[in-house]
Design a protein around this ligand. Sequence first.
Ligand SMILES: C[S@@+](CC[C@H](N)C(=O)[O-])C[C@H]1O[C@@H](n2cnc3c(N)ncnc32)[C@H](O)[C@@H]1O
Length: 522
Amino acid sequence: TDDDTFSNAFCENSEKLIDVHLFALAARYYSLSNLGVCTPLEDVLEALRGDNQGKTGIKTDEFMNNKKSHEVQVMSELVHNIANYCGIKQVIDIGSGKGYLSSFLSMQYNLKVYGIDSSNTNTNGAHERNRKLKKHWRAYQSRARANTESQRLEKANDRQSEINCKAINEKLLKNPSSLQRQDQVPSQDLFPSCGVTEIAMSETGKQTEVDLMARTQSDESKLAEEVLAILNVLPADAVEVFSSSQCNRGELCEEEKAQRKRASLKAKASKSSESNLYFPLTSCITAETELSDIITDLEDCMMVGLHTCGDLAANTLRIFTAKPEIKAVCSVGCCYHLLSEQFENQEDCPEEVWGFPMCQYLKDTGWCCGRNARMSACLALERVAVGQTLPTESLFYRAVLQVIIEEIYGVTKSDRHVGKTFAKSSSFVDYVRRSLKKLELDDSKLPDSCIMDYYEKYKHRMNELEAFNMLKVVLAPCIEVLILLDRLCYLKEQDNIAWSGLVKLFDPVKSPRCYAVIALKK
Ligand SMILES: C[S@@+](CC[C@H](N)C(=O)[O-])C[C@H]1O[C@@H](n2cnc3c(N)ncnc32)[C@H](O)[C@@H]1O
């Protein structure tokens, strides 16, 4: 079997690694991309939209200049399609942070979004960002409408386009079913019906059709570009003010000015988009959280989570399966090292809710990853593969620190964490002292020379450490597979789920934690 072949990578007696190439092959074999357990994003989108419906008009390649923009753009399009498919308007963004995904979903896709984050600082940041977005959004809206209107006027002067437009309208009038067909979601094997009413879909579809006829494709991508620029680039502490002079590039003719004024008044009159900004809330989500206690107007909705760390991803799935009003979930987890593990400390508390394992299948085998393996699962193989280097020096600092705390303090385990001390440290001595303080160990009797002796003693082994970490990076996808398949398996074990799957959403070089767990209720 494959397992037998790959076991030759290790010496039978010493259990040491003897065949690095075979080890790498085994790791690749057990990666998500090779196991064939993922559903391609295109297939999911196609099944949700139906065969005939086109893309939303957003050109992704224009906006991939930063990680968050990429994530928000891809995920929001998927969430929008799931919400449409399920006929829901409410989205709960779990671990919403400063609300990048939430605000995009509400403003670009007109969804009613509640963002819940345990950090008050994040909620305050999100409120502040919301306040600024409102201001920008108003300016953006009036500009967008004015642009669309002036382009429409230009087109009205173009006789040829008038004829074309008439021809299209006549065709549609003669054959209304051509429009109808676009609205229908064909029954697919991938997703069963999720309670979508024909009328709801039909209304949305018609509105989309009208919108599409009103705008050209280039309008679409220009508008989307502007929305993204506003929503994704604007940080919470942005100070620039969108001045009206920025709207008026070049001289405008009187007619255009009048059009813009009318469009601006219209935009002000229509409060809908402004009031559609999402609502940031502070709450610490656990498996037992009752969303209706936090959200008073909770209705049929879906849960989303963009990089929900540790147990939060697991608990999102638990809440989803437990609550009938939550019709769908789309969760991208991260920070696997923060997962709580049921079988890590030989504790047997079956009543307690753990981050791993979730599924009965792994629970029955008492499966445990351990912190080291979970730490490895957080590494980014694809980034290393394209030449981004490992943080060898900080890993070396941490490794030597471990020797110091074991040999000098006799400590092998601690509930405290060193955290991101490396970046704040000016030298190895400084790093060790800062870390010891965090670990609540007395460093007053530890001379600098002693700390440096440890550094010198192990300095020549930095290459070994780098090689070791390379092996960990190679293994990372296999551990991530285990954690993600556990979540998927948990969903498959529930009997109220109609469809569940793993979908690779992001380019892993841009965003290493790129897999979404998606599920739809029966
Ligand atoms: C990695 S950040 C992602 C933030 C945001 N979704 C984004 O993509 O920008 C994870 C967020 O989850 C929040 N969080 C962690 N545990 C949580 C919990 N139990 N309940 C609610 N929020 C939590 C953190 O405060 C943090 O803002």
